[in-house]
Design a protein around this ligand. Sequence first.
Ligand SMILES: Nc1ncnc2c1ncn2[C@@H]1O[C@H](COP(=O)(O)OP(=O)(O)OP(=O)(O)O)[C@@H](O)[C@H]1O
Length: 267
Amino acid sequence: MTSRLTFDAVSLAYPGRDRGSSSTRVLEGIDLSVSSGDFVVVIGRSGSGKTSLLNLAAGFQQPAAGAVLLDGQPISGPGAERAVVFQDDALYPWLNARDNIAFPLALKGVAKDARRKAAEELLARVGLAGSGDRRIWELSGGMRQRVGIARALAAEPRFLLLDEPLGALDALTRSKLQLFLLDIWKTSGAGALLITHSIDEALLLATRIVVLQPAPGRIGAILDSGFAGEILSGADPRKVRQSVLFRSMHDGLTALIHDNAHEELAA
Ligand SMILES: Nc1ncnc2c1ncn2[C@@H]1O[C@H](COP(=O)(O)OP(=O)(O)OP(=O)(O)O)[C@@H](O)[C@H]1O
């Protein structure tokens, strides 16, 4: 079933810190939709409201104006059909890898044997077959993120909400997990909404790139990107990065994100 996550004229404000102080408008006039099979990447400078946007989709926050909808219904809180993965893997240290993955199934009341079987399948799917008994502290950062993504997949979500999931990893692990994320997204059929600071990552993974401009966060540009499709069809990411189109889109995005920063500094 095709599903759609929609931001309809969404604004978000945080209350002022002191009593009586005015609120800070963080997002304004956001119109955006993410459907099953889309990989939407949101990029923008620090403080432009990327995490706030994802938090709205997750149902952690409510808009001050406009609506965030799932298949036409307002989102009133978190839900199993929208799985969230953070930069910090947020795994449960008292459980091993398998039980971390099975945790959402336990919440759903799935029986123990079925949970174990599903978790083993997910471990294999994320390249960690045989590692189910390992404790979280016995896993590398990249392995922990794989466990986090497997846990997110356990509830068969319709949307993957990914807040810089690869941000804390070394460059080589990050490149590997980018390909892994693409593969997971494609085979799951879910829609993905990913936040990143990396223009390179945005170009490699996205079907659509959304550039947020800050203060208040608003959409500065939306670009279609076809490199993820090329990579999924077997193209070598290193070659893709060297293509004229990739480089010119990289330059264009750099200018879009950073040029305004220079103007603000000069003002
Ligand atoms: N709970 C909060 N209360 C008040 N202000 C907040 C809160 N969370 C975020 N903000 C402010 O909202 C703005 C947007 O923050 P947000 O974290 O969404 O941006 P971001 O683009 O994800 O930033 P970064 O790239 O640094 O993670 C910032 O000015 C931030 O200080």
